[in-house]
Design a protein around this ligand. Structure first.
Ligand code: MSP
Length: 626
């Protein structure tokens, strides 16, 4: 039995590539476990309580629940479009979860692991995390995300985290549960620095789960991380001993490195406190950066997964994310690298092999591939392939996705190289038709095996290969082809080309081309243009126009302006409210579609993509841009 989870995503943000990465890794693993024949449950979902969500909802004029509903649905829609094979979509605003969290809080309280005191220290709303002065960077900033922290002084309930320090270290030692293994030392050092008891309630805002009624304290709500972590169990209907309860403990929690501490320390201590079994593995991946910087909405360098999948295809995107960086390391997202990998690896090695096999089999044997003399001619090649597949499997079990793919592609190379080496067309010419047919059977059997093991990563393409070769991607075939070394005969079918070449000018080339076209202006010309920073107070669609959005902006001295902008295709109006934009403020007024427009909002266009230009940090409204 295998239970696998992604983190549940905060609903203050729309899904970006980082979220898609965790989810695609989890999907690959879940599909792999199912292929191995394990009964599997895969959970993803959204984290909907806390100060960050409450504030995000407020700036957009929504109630927290309305806002959470809207964004949670956006995540779900994306995972459905991406054909993510989750079994459970969990939300922390579900009643079952809320009841479970209260029950667990009460259990910890009754055990004597919770006491009341006062918290005084720093809080990062963005990470929903507490820090002492000495942990901060630049005196006031969060050591994890770099944003400014707030000073909190409020009555709070505390969890006796310090009590579990040695037990957690012992667990690391005995079970080796942290992946990749090198992350364990960071955690050990953190713990050995001394674990402080953890503030687990807040009083200064409302959006969260109330304390259990038995504690009789209405002022407090439960800390969002304690709330969120218990989703992994509440969603199995554990409390009611539902049919999924047997899936606990999780086989693996997948997390980003920024939230490893919450899972490998806090979560483990909470579980120890309520006497529940601990997960088998907690696996932390690195961050995707864009041009070397962590993606974040405020920096405006977020890669939208849907946009990438629409441009290059979902499976090329999956392949790139899994192959480009070793699990645990950071990686820079580059479209040029993605194109390169698709063309050379997926197209040349994988897609081409299928078309060569089909072409040869149709020519030499009317599409019928027989394994008859395969072992006699090509047992050495088969042995080599077996070694690569064995290694590949080991890497996949250990979450080393890039090396798993590397080994599978080495196995494909054995087939491609055999075709180059033995030149089946010459074999046929020289009267060695049986050897030519055995060569086709070798290639088809290699492809069938690789395709099985590749199917968790590229489910759709592999399904098409399986249809073309006319065999099933089933746990039974996984056993017989991979472990029992059985060879198959095939009757090939018509197929569609896999991974056609992506012909696209590199982003760099496009930028240079744009530059060459623009005429030069003098500095005096530029000085005539007044660009100011403005806050979006309101933003709405314009009836009858697919392109236009109507903005109400605030400039200096609270001056309000109405500006129209043709960006409706790229943004939801509600996601812009509260943002700062840059606007040409001394443009002559114009009437567009019957509405007055007093300025022009700046944006940047690249290919099919358009993004608004926003200041890198919050500045006074009306600040001059120059
Ligand atoms: N809500 C918490 C998780 C609670 S789990 C009980 C949370 N949510 S999050 O939406 O902020 O982040 C979810 C995941 O996305 C984290 O694992 C985080 O590491 C990952 N990523 C966010 N930005 C990322 C990149 N730029 N690159 C890769 N993953 C990153 O934390």
């Amino acid at each position: 039995m295998r239970y696998i989870t992604t983190p549940i995503y905060y609903v203050n943000d729309v899904p970006h590539l980082g979220h898609a990465y965790t989810t695609i890794i989890a999907d690959t693993l879940a599909r792999f476990y199912r292929l191995q024949g394990h009964e599997t449950k895969f959970l993803t979902g959204t984290d909907e309580h806390g100060q960050k969500i409450e504030e995000a909802a407020k700036t957009r004029n929504f109630s927290p629940k309305e806002y959470a509903d809207k964004v949670s649905l956006e995540f779900k829609k994306l995972w459905d479009e991406f054909e993510i094979s989750y079994d459970i979509y969990a939300r922390t605003t579900d009643k079952r979860h809320i009841d479970f969290v209260k029950a667990m809080f009460l259990k910890m309280w009754q055990k004597g692991d919770i006491y009341k005191d006062e918290y005084e220290g720093h809080y990062c709303v963005s990470c929903e995390s507490f820090f002492t002065q000495s942990q901060l960077v630049k005196e006031v900033c969060c050591p994890d995300c770099g944003k400014q922290t707030r000073i909190l002084k409020e009555e709070s309930y505390f969890f006796k985290l310090s009590k579990y320090q040695d037990k957690i270290l012992q667990w690391y030692e005995e079970k080796d549960p942290i992946l990749p293994k090198n992350k364990k030392n960071e955690l050990i050092n953190f713990i050995k620095g001394g674990l402080k008891d953890l503030s687990i309630t807040r009083t200064s805002f409302d959006w969260g789960i109330k304390l259990p009624k038995e504690i009789k304290d209405d002022k407090h709500i439960i800390y969002v991380w304690l709330d969120a972590l218990f989703i992994y169990i509440s969603s199995l209907d554990f409390q009611n001993k539902g049919e999924n309860a047997k899936f606990w403990p999780a086989h693996v929690h997948l997390v980003g490195k920024d939230i490893l501490r919450f899972h490998a320390i806090y979560w483990v201590a909470f579980l120890m406190s309520v006497d529940l079994p601990l997960p088998k593995f907690i696996a932390a991946h690195g961050w995707w950066t864009k041009d070397g910087e962590k993606m974040s909405k405020s920096k405006g360098n977020v890669v939208k997964p849907k946009e990438m999948a629409d441009t290059y295809g979902l499976e090329p995107l999956r392949y790139f994310l899994l192959k480009e960086v070793p699990f645990g390391n950071d990686g820079d997202f580059s479209e040029a690298m993605l194109i390169n990998r698709v063309n050379t690896e997926l197209g040349n090695e994988f897609g081409n092999l299928l078309s060569r096999i089909i072409g040869m089999s149709l020519k030499y044997s009317s599409g019928s591939i027989k394994k008859d003399r395969l072992l006699e001619f090509f047992s050495a090649e088969l042995e080599e392939v077996k070694l690569h597949l064995k290694e590949g499997l080991k890497f996949l079990e250990n979450l080393q996705f890039n090396r798993y793919l590397e080994e599978l592609f080495k196995a494909l190379s054995v087939a491609n190289l055999a075709i180059t080496k033995y030149e089946p067309w010459n074999l046929v010419k020289n009267g060695e038709k049986e050897k030519a047919n055995a060569l086709v059977a070798l290639c088809a059997n290699i492809l069938a095996r690789v395709n099985l093991l590749l199917s968790p990563a590229l489910p759709k393409s592999c399904k098409r290969v399986a249809e073309a070769l006319n065999y099933a991607l089933s746990p039974q075939n996984y056993q017989s082809l991979i472990f029992n070394d059985e060879l198959l005969d095939f009757e090939v079918r018509a197929y569609e080309a896999l991974f056609p070449r992506i012909e696209k000018k590199s982003v760099q080339e496009e930028k240079i081309a744009q530059k060459e076209q623009s005429p030069k202006i003098k500095i005096d010309d530029f000085a005539k243009i007044e660009i100011k920073v403005a806050k979006v107070l309101d933003c709405q669609n314009i009836k009858g126009s697919e392109k236009l959005l109507k903005f109400e902006l605030e400039l200096d001295n609270k001056e309000k302006r109405q500006v129209l902008s043709g960006i409706a295709k790229y943004y939801e109006p509600s996601e812009l409210i509260g943002k700062q934009v840059c606007v040409i403020s001394n443009l002559k007024k114009a009437k567009i579609f019957g509405h007055e427009s007093d300025g022009m909002i700046l944006s940047a266009k690249s290919g099919d993509k358009l993004v608004l230009i926003t200041p890198e940090q919050l500045v006074e409204n009306g600040s001059l841009v120059g």
